[in-house]
Design a binder for this molecule. Sequence first.
Ligand SMILES: [Zn+2]
Ligand SMILES: [Zn+2]
Length: 182
Amino acid sequence: MTDETLQTETLDSTEDERTFCAVHPERETALRCNNCGRYMCSQCAVKMPVGYRCRECVRQQQDVYYTATTVDYVVGGVAAAVCSIGANFLGEILPPFLMLLLAVGVGGFIPQIVNPVVKRRRGRYMGLAVAAGIALGALPIVAPRLGWALAGAPLTILLWPLLFNIVMISVAYGWFRRGPSI
Ligand SMILES: [Zn+2]
Ligand SMILES: [Zn+2]
């Protein structure tokens, strides 16, 4: 740092030029978005590999990245539902331990199916569409068991398929949740 810049910085800080978050005018902050330059408090700042950015800039950047259309969400959801139906029927004939292994496996496998089907377009809500698809695909197995359990059958006949689908959804949803690494 040269003497000159040091002097300017000292000047700046003694000038009592208080700056405030663009979203929260009551919060004093010196942190600025390194893209648009607005002031932001620590709550509004998002740490990116390129530095701190405001939420608006991060969102704009993601919008460029998220190109999925409504059709993609439907197609992605249907693809997940098809995988889920198959997995649920396969899970039926497995002992609980293998069933849960299958849930983790299929949960990780579904994004690998959905991605090429939607031509690798990413969407902000693709994880939700896939989760909904898996839940729909579970209905043929889960719905009758819910009826039986309500009619007095042992709860375990419902709990295992439920757990199976919760694990499958968590793994698949988590994959999409990780989102873009910009
Ligand atoms: Zn910004
Ligand atoms: Zn703020």
